[in-house]
Design a protein around this ligand. Structure first.
Ligand code: SF4
Length: 267
C-alpha cells in the first residue's frame, strides 16, 4: 500500500470517511473553483522560477476551466480569480524573497519512506529553496484569508509542515501564502521543526497505517457546534443515507488516486 499525507490526515479526522474515499472509491467531485485555481497558480509559480512568462502560464492553465460549472464564492468569477492571480504573481516577483536555484529538480519533489511490512509513504514537496536566505522546505497556499501568525511558534504545529520536514529531514519549513483579496498580499511564514517532532510524526504515520491495515474504520463524527467537521465532509450524504447529497458532491471511482496529494492544494 502507498500512503500520502492526505490519506493519513483523512483517517485521523474520521476513519469512516477514509474508508469511503480510499476503499469504497467515493471521491469528491471537483467543483470548487478555488481548489482548481490553486493548482493553476502553482503551474504559474513553476513558470516564474523557470524565468518564463508566469502571467501567460496562469492564463493558459486557468483558461481550460473557463466554461466549467464551478462553485464560486460570493463575488468571485473566473475573471476575478485570474486578475487576483496576476496581482499576486506581480507582488511575489517584487518581494523577491524566495529563490529556487534549480527549478527542474527543486519543484514538486517526490520523497518516500518504506515501512517494515512493505507499506510506503509518498509526499510531493512543493519546493526546496531559500526564503530570505534560509534553505527550507516550501509549501505554497492560495487562500482568501490570511493565515494566523500568532501566538509565536504556531506554524511549527502545522501537521503538513511537520510531515514535509519528517520526510525530507530538513528542519526549516516555510509556508508562502498567496492571499486573494482586494489588495494582493503574500505571507512568508517560517518555522523550525524539531527532531522530536519529526520522530513523533513518523510514529504517528506508522500507528495510523497499522490501524488502517487492521481494518479499523469507526465513525468519528464531529457534530458539536461550532467545529462541525461533518458539515464540510464530502461523505456526509453517505452517513446520512441522503442520495441527493451523494449525487451532488461525490463520484465513485475504483481504487485510490495517485494524484490525491493534489488535495493538499485546497483553499
Ligand atoms: S459525515 Fe462525519 S461521520 Fe460521516 S464520514 Fe464525514 S466526518 Fe465521518
Amino acid at each position: 500500500m502507498v500512503y500520502s499525507y492526505t490519506q493519513i490526515s483523512q483517517y485521523l479526522r474520521c476513519p469512516r470517511s477514509y474508508r469511503y474515499r480510499y476503499l469504497d472509491g467515493w471521491q469528491e467531485k471537483e467543483t470548487r473553483a478555488a481548489m482548481v485555481f490553486g493548482r493553476c497558480f502553482e503551474h504559474a509559480l513553476g513558470a516564474y522560477f523557470r524565468e518564463e512568462d508566469c502571467g501567460v502560464a496562469l492564463f493558459r492553465e486557468w483558461k481550460a476551466y473557463r466554461e466549467m460549472a464551478f462553485e464560486y464564492k460570493k463575488g468571485e468569477t473566473w475573471d476575478r480569480l485570474l486578475h487576483q492571480g496576476i496581482h499576486l504573481l506581480e507582488r511575489f516577483a517584487r518581494d523577491n524573497r524566495v529563490r529556487i536555484r534549480d527549478p527542474r529538480h527543486e519543484l514538486q519533489i517526490k520523497r518516500f519512506r518504506t515501512f517494515a511490512g512493505g507499506s510506503e509513504f509518498v509526499a510531493y514537496l512543493d519546493a526546496i529553496g531559500e526564503v530570505d536566505g534560509m534553505r527550507c522546505v516550501i509549501d505554497w497556499k492560495t487562500t482568501t484569508s490570511r493565515y494566523a501568525e500568532a501566538p509565536e511558534g504556531l506554524l511549527a504545529l502545522d501537521p503538513q509542515l511537520i510531515c514535509y520536514s519528517w520526510i525530507s529531514g530538513i528542519p526549516e519549513v516555510a509556508l508562502i501564502v498567496f492571499v486573494r483579496k482586494h489588495a494582493a498580499e503574500v505571507q512568508y511564514l517560517r518555522a523550525t521543526i524539531s527532531e522530536e517532532q519529526r520522530q513523533e510524526f513518523g510514529r504517528l504515520v506508522e500507528a495510523t497505517i497499522s490501524q488502517i491495515e487492521a481494518g479499523y474504520f469507526h465513525l468519528h463524527s464531529g457534530i458539536r457546534f461550532p467545529q462541525n467537521g461533518c458539515v464540510s465532509c464530502a461523505h456526509l450524504g453517505l452517513c446520512l443515507h441522503n442520495e441527493r447529497l451523494v449525487a451532488a458532491s461525490l463520484i465513485r471511482r475504483a481504487g485510490t488516486s495517485d494524484l490525491d496529494w493534489l488535495d493538499e492544494l485546497m483553499d
